[in-house]
Design a protein around this ligand. Structure first.
Ligand SMILES: NC(=O)c1ccc[n+]([C@@H]2O[C@H](COP(=O)([O-])OP(=O)(O)OC[C@H]3O[C@@H](n4cnc5c(N)ncnc54)[C@H](OP(=O)(O)O)[C@@H]3O)[C@@H](O)[C@H]2O)c1
Length: 339
């Protein structure tokens, strides 16, 4: 474990939890591990080690983040000490787009890398089976890219269901879905998704999708909860806004003597989504924020009013035809965009 553990580390029993239908519980805040191209795998693993020592108990991983082996060495070490028991940890991983036909193989590889027998949650990372090279530019396109095809997604989902049956995953879920796609999945799934991971922050609140998930017993997990301030230049557009500099967020932060990041995290938890902030430098602050001062109902309402419908992760690289707009990936007319 990290040697410089501060005295004021958080007692994990203080972290808010969400209760699941099967009686298990998930910590309402998780550590993101996508270092993009600016944080090395070893640095992310070091942050995971420090975060676990500090009190974090929920880690959001994915094979495509390229660091599950390094994180696995940390998990293996920590679990071996016996200071943290496996059932006190929540570990998520995800199948990447080029493995939709080989979900079992992908999950087993992640388990081996993470040095685990079972993940708590396994997600289909994107509903498009399109490979693109890591760190490629948003203008890059795969000539074999495919649209969403429900029959294909269900083939992938059947393999996800088998993971639960085989005991390799406790729960399964989706990511980057839309209401029309989830409707089809809920209609056809034998094991329904227990979670859906999506972009959620004060400038992108996705109220309809959020409500749809909650109404259907799907727990929302919110990525980019701080508006992803460290994302690479290639993933930015001039229209993007930053919730951390929003005057409303800053006013609330000032009044409560907390940081704008803490306001974003508290808003997420109190609203009912599980934020998964990435951090190698602020993870102690972020866990303290999660157990810290509550926002008032008036502050929650005020933040509900600053939604800018500003999607940061647009997914351009998954487009499958020339002359498409990234909006086509997100079914904004309420129907799945035709092939
Ligand atoms: N399912 C999906 O398709 C999907 C897509 C995107 C992301 N994700 C997941 O969501 C996680 C989070 O998303 P993200 O990393 O894009 O965005 P984010 O968590 O909103 O932002 C992370 C950035 O914020 C900084 N930061 C963290 N805490 C801070 C604080 N208290 N004050 C100021 N800055 C702070 C971090 O810097 P420091 O490192 O310097 O602290 C980092 O640069 C990812 O790591 C990944 O696990 C999933």
């Amino acid at each position: 474990m990290a040697s410089n553990i501060p005295e004021d580390r958080v007692d994990p029993r203080q972290i808010p939890v969400a209760a699941l239908a099967d009686g298990s519980q998930i910590p309402m805040v998780g550590l993101g591990t996508f270092g993009s191209d600016h944080v090395s795998a070893d640095s992310v693993a070091q942050a995971v080690e420090g975060a676990l020592a500090f009190g974090w108990r929920h880690i959001d991983c994915a094979s495509v983040y390229g660091n599950e082996k390094e994180i696995g060495r940390v998990l293996g070490r920590v679990l071996k000490t016996g200071k943290i028991k496996r059932d006190q940890l929540w570990i998520t991983s995800k199948v990447w787009n080029d493995m939709h036909d080989s979900v079992g193989e992908s999950c087993k590889r992640s388990l081996a890398d993470l040095q685990l027998d079972q993940v708590d949650l396994y997600l289909v990372h994107w509903p498009f089976p399109n490979y693109h090279a890591p760190q490629c530019d948003v203008t890059s396109r795969n000539p074999n890219a495919k649209p969403y095809i429900h029959a294909s997604y269900m083939k992938t989902w059947r393999q996800m269901e088998q993971l639960v049956e085989q005991g390799l995953a406790r729960h399964i879920g989706t990511s980057n879905m839309t209401i029309p796609k989830l409707k089809l999945l809920l209609q056809d799934a034998r094991i329904k998704p227990a979670f859906s991971e999506m972009e959620l922050h004060p400038h992108f609140q996705q109220p309809e999708l959020f409500r749809y998930c909650v109404d259907n017993g799907i727990q929302p997990i919110g990525y980019c909860p701080l508006g992803s301030p460290g994302r690479p230049e290639r993933d930015r557009t001039p229209q993007d806004t930053n919730p951390l500099t929003d005057p409303m967020i800053r006013d609330i932060a000032k009044r409560l003597s907390i940081t704008p990041a803490a306001v974003c995290l508290k808003w997420a938890i109190q609203r009912g989504q599980i934020p998964i902030p990435f951090s190698v430098n602020h993870y102690q602050d972020n866990l303290r924020a999660a157990i810290g001062v509550r926002l008032s109902d008036a502050d929650m309402r005020a933040i509900a009013g600053i939604d800018k419908n500003c999607r940061l992760v647009k997914g351009q690289v998954f487009l499958w035809k020339q002359d498409q707009s990234w909006e086509d990936l997100w079914d904004i007319n309420g129907e799945i965009t035709p092939p």
